[in-house]
Ligand binder design. Structure first.
Ligand SMILES: O=C[C@H](O)COP(=O)(O)O
Length: 336
C-alpha cells in the first residue's frame, strides 16, 4: 500500500507531461457510421440515478485527498474567456499555471514540480500566452470557430483555427453547430468536424458540444460519437457560457461514448468537462467517476482536462488547509 507521500509523488510525477498521447496513436476518425449513431441511446432515469449517487460515495480516502487535488490541478485548462481580458490578466494567469500552488506547500507535500494542464484563452490572447509560457512545456489552448455560439460564417471559423495555430496554439477548442444536432443533420455535423480537425493539423482538437443546448442525453450520446468519428482528440461538454454547463449525467453519457468508441476502434479520446466546476470537492467527484468509467489511463492530461476559471483557487485553499493542519470539518469531502 502506498503512503500518502508515495501516492502524492506518483500522482504528480505523471503530471510532468507533454500534451501528447505517450506512444499511442491519435484518433484519426473514421467513416460516418449512421447505424451506430442511430443505435446510441441514453437511459435518462438510470443515468440520473447513478449520477445522483456519486457525490455521496466513498472512494477517495481522506489521507489521499491532497494527492488527488494536486492531480486535479495538473488536469486543469486554466481559463480566462472574458470580453475584458487584457495581456496583463493573461500573463498573470500564465504565471499561475507555471506555479499553481505556493512553493512551501508543494515542498511540504514532497512535490518538486506541478503545473496546470494548459492555459485556455481567446484567439487574440494566444501570442501573449505562448510568450508567457515559453519553456514551461504548458500548452496554450485557443477557443476558436466563433466561440461560444459558433454562428459566424463557416470559412471564417475554419480560418480562425488556422490563425490560432499560426499564433502558437497547440490545442484548439472548437464549438459544434448545435443546429445540426437539433435538426438531426448528422452528416453536416460530421463534415463540419472533419473540416475543423483538418484545419487543426498537428494541434489537438477538442470538440465542444454545448450539451446544455442539445435538448436530450440521447443527442449528447449521438453528437459525442459523431465528433469522435470526425477525428476529435477530446470531447468537451460546454463553453461555460450556456445556462447549463458540465453536469454528472452528461459526463456519464460522454464517458460511455468514449468507452464504446475505444472498444470499437481501439482509439482513445479525451474528455473535458467545462463550465461551472469551481469547487475542489466537485473535482474529486469527477475524477472518481472518470476512474470508474474509463480507468486510470484517462487520469492523465492527454486524456482528461477540467475547463475551469476558478477551480484552482478553491483547490489551493483546501491544500493549504491540509498542509497547515487547519483541515477543517468543512472539507470533509463526502468521498472521504
Ligand atoms: O472552458 C472553460 C470554461 O469556459 C470555464 O468556465 P468557468 O468560468 O465556469 O469555470
Amino acid at each position: 500500500m502506498q503512503t500518502r507521500n508515495e501516492e502524492t509523488t506518483a500522482v504528480t510525477r505523471r503530471a510532468d507531461h507533454l500534451p501528447q498521447l505517450a506512444g499511442e496513436p491519435r484518433n484519426p476518425g473514421m467513416e460516418l457510421d449512421m447505424d451506430w449513431v442511430m443505435r446510441a441511446q441514453a437511459n435518462t432515469s438510470a443515468i440520473e440515478r447513478r449520477a445522483a449517487s456519486l457525490p455521496g460515495r466513498r472512494s477517495v480516502k481522506k489521507d489521499y485527498q491532497a494527492a488527488w487535488l494536486l492531480k486535479a490541478i495538473s488536469l486543469i485548462d486554466l481559463t480566462t474567456l472574458a470580453g475584458d481580458d487584457t495581456p496583463g490578466r493573461v500573463r498573470r494567469l500564465c504565471a499561475k499555471a507555471r506555479q499553481p500552488v505556493r512553493a512551501d506547500l508543494l515542498e511540504a507535500l514532497g512535490v518538486e514540480r506541478l503545473t496546470t494542464g494548459a492555459v485556455c484563452v481567446y484567439h487574440d490572447m494566444v501570442e501573449v500566452a505562448v510568450e508567457a509560457l515559453a519553456g514551461s512545456g504548458i500548452p496554450v489552448a485557443a477557443v476558436s470557430t466563433g466561440f461560444p455560439a459558433g454562428l459566424s460564417p463557416f470559412e471564417l471559423r475554419v480560418a480562425e483555427i488556422g490563425e490560432s495555430v499560426k499564433a502558437g496554439a497547440a490545442e484548439i477548442d472548437i464549438v459544434i453547430s448545435r443546429r445540426h444536432v437539433l435538426t438531426g443533420n448528422w452528416q453536416a455535423l460530421y463534415d463540419e468536424m472533419r473540416e475543423f480537425r483538418a484545419a487543426c493539423g498537428e494541434a489537438y482538437v477538442k470538440a465542444i458540444l454545448a450539451t446544455g443546448e442539445l435538448g436530450s442525453l440521447r443527442n449528447v450520446a449521438r453528437a459525442s460519437l459523431i465528433c469522435m468519428m470526425g477525428g476529435a482528440d477530446f470531447i468537451k461538454t460546454s463553453t461555460g457560457k450556456e445556462s447549463v454547463n458540465a453536469t454528472l449525467p452528461v459526463s456519464l453519457v460522454m464517458m460511455r461514448a468514449i468507452r464504446d468508441y475505444e472498444a470499437r476502434t481501439g482509439f482513445k479520446v479525451g474528455y473535458k468537462p467545462a463550465g461551472g466546476i469551481s469547487k475542489a470537492k466537485d473535482s474529486l467527484v469527477y475524477l472518481s467517476l472518470l476512474k470508474e468509467e474509463l480507468g486510470n489511463r484517462w487520469l492523465q492530461p492527454d486524456l482528461f482536462r477540467f475547463g475551469a476559471s476558478s477551480l484552482l483557487g478553491d483547490i489551493e485553499r483546501q491544500i493549504e488547509h491540509h498542509v497547515t493542519g487547519a483541515y477543517s470539518a468543512a472539507f470533509r469531502h463526502p468521498l472521504a
